[in-house]
Design a protein around this ligand. Structure first.
Ligand code: FAD
Length: 479
């Protein structure tokens, strides 16, 4: 690497994308610094995965303890349990502190310089860091990795006050509990919060602009999950409807309009509104335009090896990873991209395989997916001229799920009928988030359902749901 720079690598942003990039670079002997404007750990650790899962651990437990039908089947009589907001929030905060401290220690141990402040680019090799006090210093590096992540996206017409109308950033603090809350958006963040709020006894109304709830999921999985996670919990829903105007206050006023015709559908007065309408990339203040790099809706264009693209060509020495690239806005995807970018800096020629990266919605039960949905797979089959195979495996036929009195669940597996390769899977049911990993591994390794069907699974475990799917799929090929 060039000697005329201060360092080998400077990373802007210390979320999982930036952290894993800096860690991997330092572990491989590169002189590395990381610039962070807020807290180490980024969204996931401070305002995302980590605190939300701490709250979901409590909502899941309290739901179990109050599921009298299931408990009665297991022979348990429970007096009913309640979750308490403040201790739940304390648990989340402590976990965040632990994770953040651990990241700081790792960076220190590896000799990564941590520069506190906001970074902006000065050409592909220069980063100007502005501290909170306004002091600027420039640092140069052979390689700059942009990992500035994302922030809540708030549609026009919705006014936030951070108290009665808020995003996941504030919701995770659980500083109060609205007795009636409207959740705008039925993506994974909206669904996870609906799980938390209903377990805490709040009345929840879910508002989705698209015609269906959980629009990114397979139809069968969506129907089952909607029945259990929404209808059975008495969550009111509006679909095909926009929260066109939300005015904070007590109560909060919401104007609902038909998404297509924009006609007024309803007005609501609720205690609180959580805006969970997606995430927007953070790239505006990076100075990319001065280098001729054109962002797409603020996402930074990158090639398969995470090189930043200018007019379709890589900019030498400039990389971007994580949510800001808009590929798969998940923590493990950001981390994998961070490592891949550094591998490419080291000259190892790595490309990302996004298809085998799984995604999980941590409701109770969970919903998970990897690869293509049925609609996407059908399209690929038509384009590439192969026959599509699809099988279902039910939790109600699984001894472990039945022993747990949790037989509501379904796995759908999609595969190519010409070579048996797995194209995707979606699971709704107990521990779906852990089960999907087996399919993700098989996809990453390019294994066929014939090979996979020969692996013996432990009895009785939920993993046999996956085994049954593989066996059924293989049987359709040999018959
Ligand atoms: P971020 O984590 O957003 O980090 C970017 C960092 O860059 C931030 O710390 C920011 O302060 C810093 N920064 C930005 N601009 C500058 C600048 N100019 N100079 C210096 N620093 C800068 N994902 C999962 O995989 N599983 C989950 O269960 C999950 N749950 C989630 C729950 C919620 C409520 C939310 C909001 C997100 C969740 N996510 C989850 C998504 C996950 O948090 C993100 O995909 C992940 O954090 C992306 O990592 P990143 O490194 O790209 O960016």
């Amino acid at each position: 690497l060039a000697q005329d720079f201060d360092l080998d690598v400077v990373v802007i942003g210390a979320g999982y994308g930036g952290f894993d990039a800096a860690k991997h670079a330092a572990e491989n002997g590169l002189r590395t610094a990381i610039v962070e404007a807020r807290e180490l750990g980024g969204t996931c650790v401070n305002r995302g995965c980590v605190p939300s899962k701490a709250l979901l651990a409590a909502s899941g437990r309290v739901r179990e303890l109050n599921d009298r039908t299931r408990l009665a089947r297991l022979g348990i009589h429970s007096g009913g349990a309640t979750a308490q907001r403040q201790p739940m929030a304390d648990h989340a905060r402590q976990l965040v502190d632990t994770m953040r401290t651990s990241i700081g220690k790792t960076l220190k141990r590896l000799g990564v310089q941590v520069l506190e402040g906001r970074g902006r680019l000065n050409g592909p090799h220069g980063v100007v860091v502005r501290s909170a006090r306004g002091i600027e210093r420039e640092i140069t590096a052979a390689h700059v990795i942009v990992a500035t992540g994302s922030e809540p996206f708030v549609p026009r017409g919705i006014a936030l006050d951070g108290h009665t109308v808020f995003t996941s950033d504030e919701a995770l603090e659980l500083s109060w509990l609205p007795s009636w809350i409207a959740v705008v958006g039925s993506g994974y963040i909206g669904l996870e919060f609906a799980d938390i709020y209903t377990a805490l006894g709040c009345e929840v109304t879910l508002i989705e602009a698209l015609d269906q709830l959980m629009p990114s999921f397979d139809e069968d999985i969506r129907k089952l999950a909607t029945r259990h996670l929404i209808e059975a919990r008495d969550i009111d829903t509006y679909t095909g409807v926009l929260a066109s105007k939300v005015t904070p206050g007590s109560p909060v006023q919401i104007e609902l309009r038909h998404a297509a015709s924009k006609e007024l559908v309803d007005t609501l007065e609720v205690d609180g509104v959580l805006v969970a309408t997606g995430r927007a990339p953070v790239s505006r203040d990076l100075n990319l335009a001065s280098m001729g790099v054109a962002t797409e809706r603020d996402f930074i264009p990158v090639d398969e090896g995470l090189r930043v693209l200018k007019d379709g060509q890589p900019v030498e020495g400039l990389w971007a990873v994580g949510d800001v690239t808009g590929k798969l806005m998940l923590a493990h995807a950001a981390a994998a991209q961070g490592i891949a970018a550094v591998e490419n800096i080291l000259g190892h020629g790595r490309t990302m395989d996004y298809r085998s990266i799984p995604a999980v919605t941590f409701t109770h039960p969970e919903i998970s997916s990897v690869g293509l949905t049925q609609e996407q797979a059908r399209q690929e089959a038509t384009e590439q001229g192969f026959e599509l195979g699809s099988v279902r495996s039910y939790f109600r036929a699984n001894a472990k799920a039945l022993a747990e009195a949790e037989g509501d669940g379904l796995m759908k597996l999609l595969f190519r009928r010409d070579n048996g390769r797995v194209l995707g899977a979606q699971i709704y049911g107990l521990h779906a988030g852990d089960l999907i990993q087996e399919v993700a591994n098989a996809m990453a390794a390019g294994q066929s359902v014939q090979q996979l069907s020969r692996a013996v699974h432990t009895h009785p475990t939920l993993s046999e749901v996956v085994e049954v799917a593989y066996k059924q799929a293989a049987a359709t090929l040999s018959s």
